[in-house]
Design a protein around this ligand. Sequence first.
Ligand SMILES: [Zn+2]
Length: 229
Amino acid sequence: MIITANYHYVEGTFNKKILDAVRQEYGTYKHVKYQNANITVKFNINFIPEKNEAAVNKYDGKNGENRLANVTTKDDGRGVKFEESDFQQVGVDLNKLKTTPALAYNEEGNFTVELPDKEKDKREISTIIHGIGHNLGLIHADGDAMNDQHTKVTPAGNDIFGKKAYTAKALQNDVSHSNAQSLVDRVDDMSSSGYQSNGESNYWQNKTETTTGGQVSIEATGVTTITKE
Ligand SMILES: [Zn+2]
């Protein structure tokens, strides 16, 4: 099964190295079960630079042609929100990703720790991975790629003033075997009540299925084709 989706973005807004890391994470084959058979799933995720916003805005999730946009997110009750994605676009707040320190607490209360640039990059990679998951039809309950982005703060001795020092790390969200299985399970059951039970959108509700020469293609919003092999 091949799950294909293209993401158009304004050239220069996103760092190619970060997008390559996202592609790499989606890039490995996953072995899953589909209708009692063992099959492999391949994600075919592509990033396509465009000259400007107008060129990017031509894409609206149809035929698997989506947008990757730098957006300004509004925090909700669950903490800092880095990402807002739907069936048309993956939206991430680059400014917040680059500036928000890690949160931690100890006996003395809450405090913040600056993330090194490398860790900020990792956080951005994770966030795009997560947003693509939404765009493809994964929900938070699917875990792994869909986990909230977390940072880990650990004590690192004392700083030069003799005060306790801390280091912050970003934890990466991985595209797991179980994420692939969740998507594949939905290929035949897009409208199951279980899928929609926690109030998240079902982007595959309006999928269309066509059979050409024995090959079945599913066209779902946000996904070009899911080719059943
Ligand atoms: Zn999410």
